[in-house]
Design a protein around this ligand. Structure first.
Ligand code: SAH
Ligand code: SF4
Length: 381
């Protein structure tokens, strides 16, 4: 190859963007070995990207300038997705459009005091911290979603693509970096409840969890993955080792199959009982509970008889479980209504009276379009 040809290869956008972020330490060691470097440089690179949260090759200071340049010439870059836009709510919530190397965006949310979604599932404890005590980061797993729940704005986007493990973990590392979180000291929970269905992008989702646990040092017991009820995904999840497995939340959203199939057509494929059978295969830790997410849709799922039916349903599963109630967040052209005044509280009371542990998820950041998928649609039209 002539010198000019070599240059052209180096400058073409595809070869200029070989992201290192997303590879674990053994894979990074291999990259290093292929570049003629000792394999332990891979560990250094992992430390820099996932612990020190360095976002540029040039800032990886354990590496000499010539090594950094060599990697750049070979086409490598850190390639972590970046926070492209920030929307701040008066309640402290921050919502981000995170841009991938491909140039598309997903939503990630920072909730400085959480939204009470983790209450009662075995992870709550009090700790003094910074200006926040227990932040929660809400993470996306896909660009858009293929599941088509009738009440959800993300569904309107359709599935654009699966995110890679690096793009999922990168949302978290970017937000930890922005807020100067000290992993191991500060109390941060992750919820995989942003855009997309994690169990329809299983490999990348679990790949991201593995990176966040093994490389970034986060605890899987402070992570919750929410699924609309993808049975093969739940069965696979049940086989994951406890050292890696986040807690599980199921978007129940209805008291029975008939109503659920109306609001979540996926229920026709995997009805409630098949989901519960799969969930029962997950070996829970001491004090761990499965969460049932329940979106209250005015007049559809928020009636007193619905509450009684949900209580019976949850009790029948025999699972260590709790219910998280979420008042539906309205969105343009979504044919549902918010729950009537008082309906959320009476629903909560009714479940509590039946002895079901129940919590209200606080609506966070309404002023910055908090509903799932809303920001992307609002900003990008
Ligand atoms: N796809 C996964 C995870 C992302 S959705 C799932 O469905 O579980 C995360 C949660 O947000 C789900 O419990 C879903 O029911 C809920 N949700 C979606 N749209 C909503 C809206 N407009 N208002 C309130 N909750 C919503
Ligand atoms: Fe997808 Fe979850 Fe929205 Fe359903 S609720 S469309 S599974 S993101």
């Amino acid at each position: 190859m002539s010198e000019t040809e070599t240059k052209l290869v180096q400058l073409s956008p595809e070869t200029a963007q070989k992201p290192l972020f997303g590879l674990d330490a053994p894979a990074l060691a291999e990259v290093m070995a292929q570049s003629g470097e000792p394999a332990w440089r891979g560990r250094q690179l992992a430390e820099a990207m996932y612990r020190q949260r360095v976002a540029e090759l040039d800032a990886i200071t354990p590496f000499s300038k010539s090594l950094r340049e060599k990697l750049a010439v070979e086409g490598f870059a850190v390639g972590r997705p970046r926070i492209a836009q920030v929307f701040k709510s008066i309640d402290g919530t921050e919502r981000y459009l995170v841009e991938t190397l491909k140039g598309d965006t997903v939503e990630t949310v920072w909730m400085p005091e959480g939204d009470d979604g983790e209450a009662g599932d075995g992870s709550d404890a009090d700790e003094a911290g910074k200006s926040w005590h227990r932040a929660t980061i809400c993470v996306s797993s896909q660009v858009g979603c293929a599941v088509n729940c009738r009440f959800c704005l993300t569904a309107r986007l359709g599935l654009q693509r699966n995110l890679t493990a690096g793009e999922i973990a990168g949302q978290v590392v970017s937000v930890l970096d922005r807020h100067g979180v000290e992993v191991g000291r500060d109390r941060v929970n992750l919820v995989f409840m942003g855009m997309g269905e994690p169990f329809l992008n299983y490999e990348s989702f679990m790949g991201a969890v593995k990176l966040l646990v093994e490389e970034a040092g986060l605890s899987p017991q402070r992570m919750t993955v929410s699924t609309s009820g993808i049975v093969p995904g739940i069965e696979r999840f049940a086989q994951e080792p406890q050292t890696l497995r986040p807690k599980l939340a199921i978007s129940l959203n209805a008291p029975n199959d008939e109503v659920r199939s109306g609001v979540m057509p996926i229920n026709r494929k995997w009805p409630i009982e098949s989901v519960m059978d799969a969930v029962r295969q997950v070996p829970l830790r001491a004090r761990e509970r499965v969460t049932f997410e329940y979106v209250l849709l005015g007049g559809v799922t928020d009636r007193p008889q619905d509450a009684r039916e949900v209580a019976r349903l949850v009790r029948r599963t025999g699972l260590a479980a709790k219910v998280n109630l979420i008042a539906w967040n309205p969105g343009p052209d979504v044919p549902y209504a918010m729950p009537r005044a008082g309906a959320v509280e009476s629903f909560r009371q009714s479940l509590a009276d039946e002895g079901i542990p129940v919590y209200l998820r606080k609506p966070r950041g309404r002023d910055i379009y908090a509903a799932c998928g809303q920001l992307k649609r609002t900003v990008e039209g």
